[in-house]
Design a protein around this ligand. Sequence first.
Ligand code: ACO
Length: 330
Amino acid sequence: MNSTTSVVLRGTGSALPVRVMRNDEFAATLETSDEWIRTRTGIRERRIAAPEETSISLAIDASQKALEAARLPAHELDLIICATVTPVLMTPSNANYLQAALGCRPIPSFDLTAACTGFLYSISVATQFIQNGAARNVLVVGSETLSRVIDFTDRNSCILFGDGAGAIVLSASTEPNVGVRRTHLYSDGKGAHLIHVPALVSKHTGPIQGVPTSPEFLRMNGREVFRFAVHRMAELMAKAIRDCRELGTEMKLLIPHQVNRRIIDAALEQTGFPADRVMVNLDRYGNTSAASVPIALDEAIREGRTHPGDTVVLVAFGGGLTWGSVILTL
Ligand code: ACO
């Protein structure tokens, strides 16, 4: 990045539904078991939103915690971006509701859709708003209620997902060599058929290649996505290790998209990165799509897994297909 303005992480927050759904609950209605789910994915349980909880209410909760951690009053925010594939409505956006609920000035606010990579895409957009002088303080949120779009009779997909939200505040700073150091974003629509989440209009949409007509639920080709995820995650990590070297820093902690322990382990094996420097909480939350990285980042900071001055690397991959990374010095 050429700009002399740094984009620093000022605060983080997360919010999770209270209801815990353990693997055993699937075994009551599906041909599956706690043992299969644990050994094939690493997931033990996930959180499921109560009827009154939405990707807006979870986003508000996470955002208030992030603003509190940042010691920033909501009226000083200049932009809100909410990454989600499960917005409550297509319009108004989740971000519009957030703007009102937090008591912000009439600042721009919008949702961004890039599946599980959405939070990293949003960081990149926020960084550019700050570096070109259009904003000083930006709230970036990932918030999902995947439980509302999964088919609880499809054992190939339903066991993977959970609900939750994470939020961060990014601010302009003149301090050098801190904050968002590099971002890398990618997409390949040729893999669009591998994962899809329907919208209301899907019911009235004609055939799209690889997508069943009138899709009601999230569908995914797990085996193909697994292959793509390992390949891209290892590639992103190798690039991040090289980037850190160029920047004169070291990757202290890797915060990957949380979906399957075997994907993380395979990427670690390919890159030689040590497992004790990876943040993993998928055992408790499963895959919360755009919310997974900010929830893990918030927990890593609150649990003291990472400290000011450390460089952390965020990597994510998901529907689209999309993938990307962010190198961040705290
Ligand atoms: N319980 C028991 N058996 C199961 C289950 C289950 N829950 N799910 C699948 N199986 C069976 C399959 O039917 C198959 O049986 P068969 O051999 O008789 O046909 C067998 O297990 C193996 O199936 P695979 O699909 O090869 O299982 P795999 O080990 O790959 O695990 C999983 C499946 C967990 C879905 C894995 O492929 C995965 O994690 N994929 C990545 C998903 C991902 O990264 N998604 C991120 C993007 S999501 C987004 O962007 C919104």
